[in-house]
Design a protein around this ligand. Sequence first.
Ligand SMILES: [Fe+2]
Length: 238
Amino acid sequence: MYRSVFSLEGEENISFREGVGTRCGRELGRASRSNTEAALRRRHYFCTRRRRGAEEAALFFRVSASPRESENADLWSAADLAESIGGGRLHVVGSVCGVEGSAIPNATVDFWQADHEGNYEAQLGADEPRLRAILSTDAAGKFDFWTVMPLGYTIPMDGPVGDLIGRTAISNYRPAHIHFIVSAPGFGTLVTHLFPEGADYLDDDVVFGVRPQLVVPFKAVAASHHEVRYDFVLTASD
Ligand SMILES: [Fe+2]
């Protein structure tokens, strides 16, 4: 599933890594940071592997901090993120359970997404948290929230990663998706996405993050909105 595009060697490798470090530092508001390794180790970059019996995990790059990492803890109770944002409304309905199917109450569901034009909060310079929140599952392990249908987007092509991708034949786009981090005490944390069936670029995701199990129907259930249902399965901690 994972493919090696090509290798950068020697000075070219060092130059690329320094370029990424400088860019990450600048976008994180640390113009003086040029230490590549420190930038790449930041929590904004994750790579996960599937845990036996659990849902598919997927690599992601976090564009903006979750409420947990910001001062906007009030979003813990947010359930309708679609207000004042254009695009079609989407109802996300799900649950969190163990591998044997038992519900996990009070599990944490941390999610974020791009809007109907493929833009993240950080790209719009929004003053308020936008299309991201943290919810807790209820006593039956269930959760739901209202948001907007996400759109796919291109990765930034005006930096070192764009230069690298531009030298390949692969797409520079990501298909539409919603990011999730699902966690609960005593269970391994799941970092993953959900992708709408039929989205553009599902077969050509620039970060190779698509897994068949994560491509699900975002059904039109009424003229007013779509709905996606998904049950996240967590494995017990090692
Ligand atoms: Fe994303």
